[in-house]
Design a protein around this ligand. Structure first.
Ligand code: MSP
Length: 655
């Protein structure tokens, strides 16, 4: 029997800057849904990627004196690092600058052009560069872009237009016949009102810049970034190159997008597909925005939260859990450190962590670690078993309706019930009399089996926790957790538990706002995203170490600091921290081993200029001779940024 398929996408993110916690939110939601559908036994394809073309990126790159591709390569390496650290299980990462995508865009454009749905005219309009959108005077709000509130620029170009207006009636009828296509319903009404005001044809080419995909039938033009970007959903599943794969996954099951880009996904995208004669995606869901302490994130307010910093401090599962549990998918949600800490302590450390810890400890203490279902049941057991069954059905229904936080609440009700079951059955009292051994075994079996079930149910939300629960229960971690195993009684008699560390250490908050987690102290909130790429002027608070004793100019002059270019990089085997770098310094090439692997991926290093202490005596690290050291700023809180010298020739002296 062929498995049902499920194709889910996130928007492809603009690599104009590093991603913040709001972007991480959208991808985490998509990841939890992808994992849930895999657990249902479906064949899942989960796509994310980067939307690289357009004027905004071209301008950013030229401000830095580098090419657009150099600019985006660096940022995309950071995207990939973030997804890896957040345990995002995407099946592919599509970049719109890739040849496979260029081919799809050009083929589609040619096809729609040849059938007469694209025409050329002179156009003057008001353009919002950050949103890459043209607006009509009447659509502006206080003379500014209605989406982002920033000023628009007058632009004039000879452009090609896509006949959106021709499809207006078709669209209204399609939406009427498919009431579930746009969700939540409030966004559907917004879109219907928008279209009823009249659809204008869409300008889909540009001549004022060249960072884009060339229009095949008029090479002066590049394709409008949204027309280009939306097609990523076809490229990602091999449209035009692998029919079997394509037909397996198209139409997409769910495009998950932020509320401000619902318009592109529910009006322009279906009309593009209609013009191509293709089937419509099944659903577009417009989720709400994540705000920080009640405020929209922005660099000028300095409240942009770097998810990597949070992961360093709290761990990926804690961040994922908070985002998924705290926010109603369709509404805006608030991020605050205090709320995150309370959630983790209450739900993960207390409820889940303690349930596991108590259960495994008692099985060790009373039965030498062996789990046995002795079959001596009492009425209270029935209660627990019924709750397991209703939790599972409620959970599946909630996840299918994208009510992720409701599904989580259901699982936590089961966890609470299991904790209460411990108090009700009082295993410590049963343990006092050998006559109760079989009953005690049954009680502890019920708890262990509930934990096994919980581990499967929470995997979509906190994927690194489930294997830890399984391991402590003495179970082999499966390649894929499956919902078909979420049935009471599947835990085998004779399984031997293996007690481990607490899965979630309690987070202590000190009077001065630092956190202490598992014995490690974190001084302050994580650095804003801006610290990594842009806002070099914004100082990040650091743990300031005392300044070392004074040296003379002569002492300094002994140091030979040079610009080096990394030409190859790889992780040092069996080391968490070390990268082995081949560095070109002028004519000379040498090996340098550097402890930066937790902050930089090997691929991120290649092509990067670094500052090298070139006359440092060689040293052996993990058996590899390292000739020199590279410089980085490190604040002792897990933030580390390499010192670099972009655009300076390798071998140049640093003084
Ligand atoms: N490149 C386009 C999407 C093209 S898809 C064919 C784009 N990129 S984006 O990087 O600006 O935004 C990507 C997604 O991140 C959007 O869905 C947007 O809503 C989401 N978010 C950006 N900030 C957000 C929050 N603060 N909260 C939640 N999601 C947010 O648009």
């Amino acid at each position: 029997m062929t498995k049902p398929s499920f194709y889910i996408t996130t928007p492809i993110y603009y690599p104009s800057d590093n991603l913040h916690i709001g972007h991480a939110y959208c991808t985490t939601v998509a990841d939890s849904l992808a994992r849930f559908h895999r657990a249902k036994g479906e064949d899942v394809f989960f796509l994310t990627g980067s939307d690289e073309h357009g004027l905004k990126i071209q301008r950013k790159a030229s401000e830095k004196g580098i090419t657009p591709i150099e600019y985006v390569d660096k940022i995309i390496a950071n995207f990939k690092l973030l997804w890896k650290r957040l345990n995002i299980s995407n099946n592919d990462f599509i970049r719109t600058s890739e040849a496979r995508h260029e081919k799809v865009v050009q083929d589609v454009l040619t096809r729609i052009y040849e059938q007469g749905d694209i025409y050329k005219k002179n156009y003057e309009g008001l353009y919002c560069v950050p949103c890459e959108s043209y607006w009509l005077e009447r659509q502006l709000v206080d003379g500014k872009c209605p989406d982002c509130g920033r000023p628009v620029e007058k632009m004039q170009e000879e452009s090609y237009f896509f006949k959106l207006s021709k499809y207006q009636d078709w669209w209204l009828q399609f939406i009427e016949e498919n009431p579930d296509f746009i969700q939540p319903a409030s966004r559907r009404n917004e879109m219907i009102n928008f279209v009823k005001q009249g659809l204008e044809d869409l300008c889909i080419t540009r001549t004022t810049f060249d960072w884009g995909i060339q229009v095949p039938f008029d090479k002066k033009h590049v394709v409008y970034v949204w027309f280009d970007a939306l097609l990523n959903y076809l490229t990602g599943i091999k449209y035009g190159t692998d029919d079997e794969m394509f037909h397996k996954f198209w139409p997409a099951s769910l495009h998950l997008v932020g509320k401000e880009i619902v318009r592109f996904h529910t009006i322009i995208w279906p009309i593009m597909l209609k013009a191509m004669g293709m089937e419509m995606p099944k659903k577009v869901y417009g989720h709400g925005w994540l705000v920080v302490d009640g405020d929209k994130m922005s660099k000028s307010k300095g409240n942009v939260i770097d998810p990597l910093g949070l992961i360093d401090e709290f761990g990926a599962d804690a961040i994922r859990y908070f985002l998924l549990r705290e926010i109603n998918l369709g509404s805006d949600g608030n991020f605050s450190r205090d709320a995150l800490i309370s959630r983790v302590n209450a739900d993960l450390a207390n409820d889940l962590g303690n349930l596991l810890n108590r259960t495994v400890s008692m099985i060790e203490k009373y039965h030498g670690g062996i789990i046995t279902n002795a079959g001596v049941t009492e009425a209270v057991d029935e209660d627990l078993k019924v709750l397991i069954a209703t939790t599972v059905s409620g959970y599946v229904e909630a996840m299918d309706k994208l009510e992720i936080n409701k599904a989580i609440r259901d699982v936590w009700a089961l966890i609470s019930r299991a904790n209460k079951y411990i108090d009700e059955t009082a295993p410590w009292a049963l343990a006092k009399d050998v006559a109760n051994t079989a009953r005690l075994q049954t009680v502890l079996y019920n708890l262990a089996d509930t934990l096994r079930i919980v581990a499967i149910l929470v995997e979509p939300f906190i994927p690194t926790t489930s294997p830890k629960i399984y391991t402590q229960l003495g179970l082999q971690v499966p390649e894929q957790f499956l919902l078909e195993d979420v049935v009471y009684g599947k835990l085998a008699n004779g399984t031997k538990v293996q007690k481990g560390d607490p899965i979630y250490p309690r987070i202590e908050v000190t009077e001065d706002g630092a956190t202490i987690i598992g014995g490690k102290r974190y001084e302050h909130a994580p650095a804003p995203v801006a610290a990594v790429e842009e806002a070099k002027g914004e100082p990040v608070k650091a743990v300031v170490e005392p300044i070392k004793p004074e040296i003379t100019m002569d002492d300094f002059a002994k140091l030979d600091l040079r610009v080096g270019t990394v030409i190859a990089a790889e992780k040092v085997k069996k080391s968490k921290k070390l990268l082995k770098l081949q560095v070109q310094i002028g004519e000379e090439e040498r090996t340098i081993v550097s402890g930066i692997s937790q902050y930089y991926e090997a691929e991120q290093m290649v092509g990067r200029n670094v500052i090298v202490i070139a006359n440092l005596a060689p040293a052996k690290l993990m058996g590899i001779e390292s000739s020199g050291m590279i410089l980085a700023a490190s604040d002792g809180n897990g933030n580390l940024v390499l010192a670099d010298a972009p655009g300076i020739a390798s071998g140049s002296r640093v003084k």
